[in-house]
Design a protein around this ligand. Structure first.
Ligand code: NAP
Length: 509
């Protein structure tokens, strides 16, 4: 029997999904495959793709091989490159939405502004920007942790009279040709767009606070023969995907198990600098002083050559002020610019703003997370029944494909829904002690990793020094722990079929 048989407290929809990136679409497809058609997907943008729709800056591409960075159940034999560009990934996701006929379930251009769990009905009320609201039994937050752009707090930043935008909100109508441009930040996004704009602008002032470690990018076209094979003999693509997975997974040995191995990788990264940058002053500027792997390891073959151009200045004196037409650095220099592009990342450790999600007894999730964001198995939070955050805290990776982690969490959520159907439950709420024990274990294991010991500051670590973002281990270990839904670690509310009332169950049956 499914939960749709319930008569009282009938929600507008059984499942509300927020976002149409890999997590949102993946969840929707799995629901559909399980015969659950009663769901709605809310999407702020005009098309599907999530991060792969909104991030469309020049040069945007994925730094994980496409044959792995895609759904296991929806292989694409026609990837054009090993590391496909953003537009191709977005088209892949759009193709998935079309194939599974999801577009009729998606409310495009609809921003979710809040969600509140109602203790009386045991339902979620999802509030929309247009003032309307929708009730749902299950809420899947598939918004991703890298959605809220972070703009630095710099003195005078609002007084700037020129053009400004964040990498995630690229203004393609603004012509950079012949302009003096400031780029603040040298992270994963900046190293992709800097080479694309360097030959277009008059001058590029690149404000670098911390240099990233960058490795050569093993990119190439996928040959026609390979594509022919993948199309005609699908098992060859499975083997190819498996090979990539195994190679990437072996990196855990250095990231987590023995960070000293990272020194070998660092030697290769230093060679990469020396190959492309001959000026010793510039070499020194771009050589990090922390162990490789502490921040996300980036890959690029065109970033260093771009920095070596005559019209690019790498500025390491910190930005202290922005004036009407210039950026001032700590050494007192004034750099005149027409535009400022922020490659300054996202609010990864506080992905939800305060006042957006309220759980049992009206508690704001940011209060529940006052000691740092955390979840049980990276997706459910005690006090927030029937809420699945995919991908959630401590599920990020420094070494492999997030789509693999997302699919693991979807499997866990589907297991939960199945258990709810079987036991006729209105809600499941992970026990606080189970969440605590799980996270103590994660934090214990993360202590010795390169991210915590590599001598850098990164968005992986929150303001209290806690690594709330990454999964410290093999991805197959995460898959193993999310394979079966463990109802015994949840408090449940049963649906009483006779009265239609909810009945609190102290222990899961
Ligand atoms: P990011 O990696 O967090 O980089 C932000 C950059 O801005 C850093 O260089 C940071 O310097 C700098 N910054 C921040 N505040 C600053 C300030 N006040 N003054 C000067 N510099 C400042 O952000 P991102 O490049 O947008 O990438 C974020 C994440 O998105 C990545 O780590 C990755 O997970 C994901 N991403 C993935 C891909 C992909 O190919 N799969 C591509 C792009 C992004 P510090 O290092 O000193 O903090």
């Amino acid at each position: 029997m499914t939960a749709t048989a319930i008569t009282a407290h009938q929600p507008d929809t059984e499942v509300a999904i927020v976002g149409t990136g890999f997590a949102g679409l993946g969840m929707a497809i799995n629901l559909q495959k399980a015969g659950k058609e009663d769901f709605i997907i809310f999407e702020r943008e005009a098309d599907v793709g999530g991060t792969w729709w909104v991030n469309n800056y020049p040069g945007c591409a994925c730094d994980v091989q496409s044959h792995l960075y895609s759904f296991s159940f929806e292989p694409n034999p026609n990837w054009s490159r090993m590391f496909s560009p953003q537009a191709e990934i977005q088209r892949y996701l759009a193709g998935c939405a079309d194939k599974y006929q999801l577009r009729s379930k998606i409310r495009f251009n609809t921003t979710v502004v809040g969600a509140r769990f109602d203790d009386a009905s045991q339902l979620w009320e999802v509030k929309l920007e247009n003032g309307k609201s929708v009730t749902a039994r299950i809420l899947v937050s598939a918004m991703g942790p890298l959605d809220r752009p972070s703009i630095p707090e710099i003195k005078g930043i609002d007084s700037f009279k020129g053009k400004t935008f964040h990498s995630q909100q690229w203004d393609h109508d603004y012509d950079l040709k012949g302009k003096k441009v400031a780029v603040i930040g040298t992270g994963a996004s900046a190293i992709q767009f800097v080479p694309q704009i360097a030959n277009e602008v008059d001058t590029l002032h690149l404000f670098q606070r911390t240099p990233p470690w960058i490795m050569p990018k093993p990119d190439r076209e996928v040959s026609r023969f390979e594509r022919f094979l993948f199309n005609k003999l699908p098992f060859t693509q499975k083997l190819f995907r498996g090979g990539i997975y195994s190679i990437l997974e072996s990196r855990v040995l250095a990231f987590v198990i023995n960070p000293r191995l990272m020194k070998l990788v660092q030697t290769q990264a230093k060679r990469h600098i020396n190959k492309h940058i001959k000026d010793p002053v510039l070499r020194a500027k771009v050589t990090p002083d922390y162990t490789i792997g502490c921040k996300r390891v980036l890959i690029s073959d065109d970033y260093y050559p771009a920095l070596a151009r005559d019209n690019v200045n790498v500025i390491t004196a910190g930005v202290v002020e922005v004036r009407e037409n210039s950026v001032i650095t700590g050494d007192g220099q004034e750099h005149e610019v027409d535009a400022i592009i922020y490659g300054t990342g996202f609010h990864a450790t506080d992905p939800l703003p305060r006042g957006m999600v309220f759980g049992q007894n009206g508690i704001d999730i940011m209060d529940a997370w006052k000691d740092g964001i955390e979840a049980y198995k990276g997706c459910v939070v005690s006090g927030f029944p029937n809420l699945f955050i995919i991908p959630g805290p401590n599920t990020g990776l420094g070494h492999s494909s997030m789509v693999y982690m997302i699919e693991s969490q979807i499997r866990y959520a589907m297991g939960a829904l199945k258990a709810m159907d079987k036991k006729q439950l209105a809600t499941i709420n992970v026990r606080a002690d189970a969440q605590r024990a799980y996270n103590e274990n994660v934090q214990e294991r993360i202590k010795g990793t390169i991210w915590n010991t590599g001598g850098c500051q990164s968005w992986y670590i929150d303001e209290n020094g806690k690594n709330t973002t990454l999964w410290p281990g093999f991805t197959f270990a995460f898959r193993r722990q999310t394979r079966d839904f463990d109802l015994q670690n949840f408090e449940t509310v049963a649906l009483d079929q006779a009265t239609g009332e909810n009945k609190l169950m102290p222990e899961a049956a």
